[in-house]
Design a binder for this molecule. Structure first.
Ligand SMILES: [Zn+2]
Ligand SMILES: [Zn+2]
Length: 250
């Protein structure tokens, strides 16, 4: 069975800092492969407290879309967990170059713990066992990538933190589409997607399922599921708002 579990749905600093929503990232599992994408604050605890438990010792990959803390705060501890504190050389770590230098979020002492450490670059293909993915460079203040994952013969796209750009619908063609929607109103100067921009994206694509996540404070106040329902009616698509702990089968 392949599944995706949301260990957090917080977007933007205040939702994370006040833990209005958890910020543990997304767990992706297919067969014996387990990936954590964007292990923000609390990722380790959220995984261990998950029912059934998600065991970080069974991770085979750790992926950072970018180095902002809401995506990376638990990255070192997840690498330690994956590699039994460095005793077992295993697993792969994928991150943008600027997560290593000049201001590392992945500490130097554990960089040789995993089997592989790969730099993310735009338009490249990567693989962890059964799961492969390619990358799209996003528009964000630090080096950031979005992803198209191939899981269980299906494509799952992650439109991560980014300002709107017109190529988004062409770059992400997943049957399942996961979109970080931080804002209720367009604010290009903060480099995050808003609800009207998500509507622009959805007007030209027809995914089977859309999941909204990474909510900012105003989006939470406006009720993410109501936003999802309105978009769903407008476009005739299945659109849901992620909640902490939500799991979908792939
Ligand atoms: Zn973020
Ligand atoms: Zn960010």
């Amino acid at each position: 069975m392949a599944f995706i579990k949301f260990l957090g749905t917080a977007g933007a600093r205040f939702v994370m800092m006040e833990q209005l929503r958890a910020s543990g990232g997304v767990w992706i599992s297919s067969g014996s492969d387990n990936l954590i994408l964007d292990p923000g604050p609390g990722s380790l605890v959220r995984a261990l407290e998950s029912r059934p438990k998600l065991d970080p010792a069974k991770l085979t990959g750790v992926i950072l879309s970018h180095k902002h803390l809401d995506h990376s705060a638990d990255v070192n501890v997840m690498i330690e967990a994956m590699t039994a504190g460095g005793h077992t050389k295993r697993g792969a770590v994928f991150a943008p170059q600027d997560a290593f230098e000049p201001e590392p979020v992945i500490q130097k002492y554990l960089r040789n713990f995993p089997e592989r450490l790969e730099l993310l670059e735009a338009g490249k293909e990567y693989r962890v066992g059964e799961i492969s993915f390619n990358t799209v460079r996003m528009l964000h203040p630090v080096e950031t990538y979005g992803f198209n994952f191939k899981i269980n013969n299906r494509t799952v796209s992650f439109i991560t933190d980014t300002a709107y750009f017109p190529e988004i619908p062409d770059c992400f063609r997943g049957e399942i589409m996961i979109i970080n929607v931080v804002l209720t109103e367009r604010k290009p100067e903060v480099f995050h997607l808003s609800v009207p921009e998500v509507a622009d994206i959805l007007s030209s694509i027809k995914p089977q399922k859309v999941i909204l996540t990474h909510f900012g404070r105003r989006t939470l106040t406006a009720n993410p599921q109501k936003i999802a329902d309105r978009l769903s009616q407008k476009f005739g698509l299945e659109i849901i708002a992620a909640t902490d702990g939500m799991m979908i089968e792939v």
